[in-house]
Design a protein. Structure first.
Length: 199
């Protein structure tokens, strides 16, 4: 059974990383503005950077552990007691386990690096089109929340859900030149007659 499983896994049909399609459509593409898509790329790169730094240390530690275990084998063979051959076999199995873990970590590192390459490519493509703005840029933030709140509001309408009260409060905090805020107030005035002059 183990051989059958390994044969299937060795075909590498599925790997433990996001596909380029997933990254482009669901991780970055779900963001509503080019700037927010670029920001999402950077957030994803930051988390993977931290992971890659940790992986490098883990890989180095495993290689050191293997060398230490080899020294332990030499020392045990020098003792040459009745238990030595069994202790050596246990240490050899530990070395094999460490090598397997090392290989898995190398694969994980490769997957993370491939994902990073996709995020860097997407970021560069966006930046070439619009010159990505910083997180605190007021215009970029206004555009982001206008689109984010508008998408959420449209989904509520589309799905026939009652409009979320907190969402309405957030929309009303947008600048007075916000088209979304203006349209929401106008709609509410028509339906309920409760608001006047955008207040």
């Amino acid at each position: 059974m183990l051989n059958n499983i390994k044969d299937l896994l060795d075909k590498n049909i599925v790997c433990n990383r996001h596909s380029e399609f997933q990254i482009e459509k669901f991780i970055v593409g779900k963001e509503t503005t080019p700037n927010s898509q670029a920001w999402q790329c950077l957030r994803e790169l930051e988390s993977r950077y931290d992971s890659l730094v940790s992986l490098e240390m883990e890989l180095a530690n495993i290689l050191d552990d293997i060398e230490i275990k080899k020294i332990e084998i030499e020392e045990e063979l020098e003792k040459n007691t009745k238990k030595s051959k069994f202790i050596v076999r246990k240490i050899e199995r530990t070395i094999e386990s460490l090598k397997i873990n090392h290989q898995k970590l190398l694969e994980k590192k490769k997957n993370q690096e491939e994902e990073c390459a996709v995020f860097i490519g997407l970021f560069n493509k966006i930046d070439a089109k619009i010159k990505v703005k910083g997180w605190n840029d007021n215009n970029a933030q206004a555009e982001y929340f206008e689109n984010k709140f508008g998408s959420e509001l449209n989904l509520d309408f589309l799905l026939g859900h009652p409009v979320n009260k907190e969402l309405v409060k957030s929309i009303l905090q947008l600048e007075n030149n916000s088209r979304l805020k203006h349209n929401l107030i106008e709609s509410m005035n028509k339906q309920k007659g409760l608001l006047g002059n955008g207040q």
